[in-house]
Design a protein. Structure first.
Length: 143
């Protein structure tokens, strides 16, 4: 199966029950992480998939989750998901930016994870450079 076939299959399985924040800007209003960041983040709700590639909990490895971003930057993003992915996990991301054709393939380290008031998990991820990823194109877009 080609990557485009896999992505098409994954994006066709979007979970309709996921609750999006009213606006991404509301997510930024309550964000206490600003002082710890090396790059500026912008509020953005974009559709994506996460696949866990390494995790202390071996049962999570291989798990694929449909979710959405709440903040984006050149070096990482904040994600809202209905499945807990612990800090320290390594993940692959397929991100669809609504204003652009195609998808970005990125690898990342989950830096933090917490349960939000809305019942969804918030994850902070930092991108990892990789030969087969779209990280350079992502960084150029968000520079």
């Amino acid at each position: 199966m080609t990557t485009s076939q896999l992505m098409s299959k994954l994006f066709s399985k979007i979970q309709p029950h996921q609750t999006l924040p009213k606006t991404a800007a509301e997510m930024l209003e309550h964000d206490d992480q600003w002082d710890k960041r090396s790059t500026h983040r912008r509020a953005a709700i974009e559709r994506l998939f996460i696949q866990v590639t390494d995790c202390a909990n071996a049962d999570k490895i291989g798990t694929t989750v449909s979710c959405h971003s709440t903040q984006l930057s050149a070096s990482g993003m904040t994600i809202s998901a209905d499945v807990h992915i612990p800090a320290g996990s390594l993940v692959d991301l397929w991100v669809s930016i609504s204003a652009l054709p195609g998808k970005f393939f990125l690898s990342a380290d989950v830096r933090w994870s917490s349960l939000a008031d809305n019942g969804l998990y918030q994850l902070g991820v930092e991108f990892i450079d990789g030969d087969a990823t779209d990280t350079p194109a992502w960084r150029a877009l968000h520079a």
